[in-house]
Design a protein. Structure first.
Length: 386
């Protein structure tokens, strides 16, 4: 995955900016000062701070970090001046000096246009049913321009004022989900205001979120086929699971534990329970129940389809996945593969497994688990991830 030497301090800075803006919006909504747009609190300004620009322009990011430090110093000086029993005018005088001396970053890098939904979060939980619904809508409304595989080679693509982008690349990981939602529902324009991507206002919010889920799943599979890895981390599709006679629960309810998802069709031996992971057997739902496999079973054609899409394959039977404690898909085992190895990781750091404690030789699963635990996914939209 992409990494720069600066990522160590840059990621937290960008993360802070993001959380500060979300916090501000939450506060406005709590105070009743923010309207709503598409079901969630609306960002009231036409601009927002741009983490994605700062990640590209490390020089400006450094200026911003220094400016924030100087502002903190200025606030401290003001605070001290106010608290001192006798007035300390030199402290007050230092404030404008500090403000002038601060290396302010360029406003054009720091701010980007925002839309009311810029900070919206998807309400779907990456549900398999939502991914399937998105797939139907995509085939109906989007294929003509964006192509069956999302690479922008649909029959109408050449007739568009600009070529549709490659949705199978890193684009969807870079964009804020809420801004994708806005563009789907309200369309896109070029710099002269002429329409480029049509608006799909007739789709409701739920359908637009479903389309985003589908596009992400499809992009994951396409990039796996093309490069053998993902442009960004992919979450675990959610589905209902039955564990023997217990009441059904959602796959997402195991957050905090490691999971192994096994697509039915695997020989019994490979399905041996392992105490380090919760094993869930995925069944397509249309074949006769065989009673074989793990004690927890997800039987859903939508989930089967979602996992096939993410794996970029139509032959899913026998595929295994490892899911980390935070609900990210981390490793893919091909059908028939005898044992796990670190090559199965889908999202790797260039730093390698230096930080992970060594597992005993021959214990591929142990090595993968150690690495997943030692290197949790730190995902920022547009940010650096491993
Ligand atoms: C008539 C052709 C056409 C159709 C139909 C169409 N698009 Fe697009 N789409 C485009 C073009 C052209 C662009 C690039 C616009 C630009 O960059 O200004 C685009 C851009 C996008 C983007 C990138 C947005 C971004 O942030 O850069 C997404 C996502 C997208 N389309 C999704 C969809 C979905 C989902 C559908 C179906 C509901 C759809 N499109 C239907 C032509 C189309």
């Amino acid at each position: 995955m992409i990494r720069t030497p600066d990522a160590g301090w840059l990621d937290p800075l960008v993360g802070c900016l993001q959380r500060a803006q979300e916090g501000l919006l939450g506060l406005l909504a709590w105070a009743g000062l923010a309207g709503t747009s598409h079901g969630q609190a609306a960002w009231p300004w036409a601009l927002r701070l741009s983490g994605e620009h700062l990640l590209i322009d490390a020089g400006q990011a450094r200026r911003l970090a220094l400016t924030l430090l100087v502002l903190a110093l200025a606030a401290l000086a003001l605070g001290l001046a106010a608290l001192w029993r006798k007035p300390r005018w030199f402290l007050v005088a230092a404030v404008p000096l500090l403000l002038v001396a601060a290396p302010w970053p360029q406003a054009s890098v720091l701010f980007v246009p925002a839309v009311p939904t810029s900070f919206h979060r998807s309400p779907t939980g990456f549900d398999a049913v939502s991914i399937a619904r998105g797939g139907e809508l995509y085939a109906q409304h989007c294929v003509a321009c964006h192509g069956v595989d999302g690479r922008g080679q649909g029959p109408l693509a050449a007739a568009q004022p600009v070529w549709p982008p490659d949705l199978a690349g890193p684009l969807l990981w870079r964009r804020a989900d809420g801004e994708l939602l806005w563009r789907l529902l309200h369309g896109m324009q070029d710099r002269h205001g002429a329409a480029t991507m049509p608006a799909f206002a007739q789709l409701g919010d739920a359908d637009a979120w479903a389309l985003i889920d589908f596009m992400k799943a499809q992009a994951a599979g396409q990039s796996l086929r093309a490069t053998g890895a993902w442009a960004g981390p992919v979450g675990l599709p959610d589905v209902e699971v039955r564990c023997e006679a217990r009441p059904p629960r959602r796959l997402a309810s195991w957050r905090g534990q490691r999971l192994r998802i096994v697509a039915a069709g695997t020989p019994q031996a490979a399905l041996r329970e392992d105490p380090r992971v919760v094993t869930v057997l995925l069944r397509r739902g249309d074949e006769a129940a065989s009673g074989a496999g793990g004690e927890c079973v997800a039987e859903s054609s939508a989930a089967w389809h979602a996992f096939s899409l993410i794996a970029g394959t139509t032959a899913l039977a026998g595929t295994q996945w490892l899911v980390d404690r935070d609900g990210w898909l981390r490793a893919l085992g091909a059908p028939g593969q005898a044992a796990w190895s670190e090559d199965d990781l889908l999202c790797r750091t260039e730093a390698g497994s230096r930080s992970a404690p060594a597992a005993p030789p021959g214990d591929g699963l142990g090595a993968l688990i150690a690495r997943m635990d030692a290197e949790p996914v730190r995902f920022l939209k547009g940010g650096f991830v491993h």
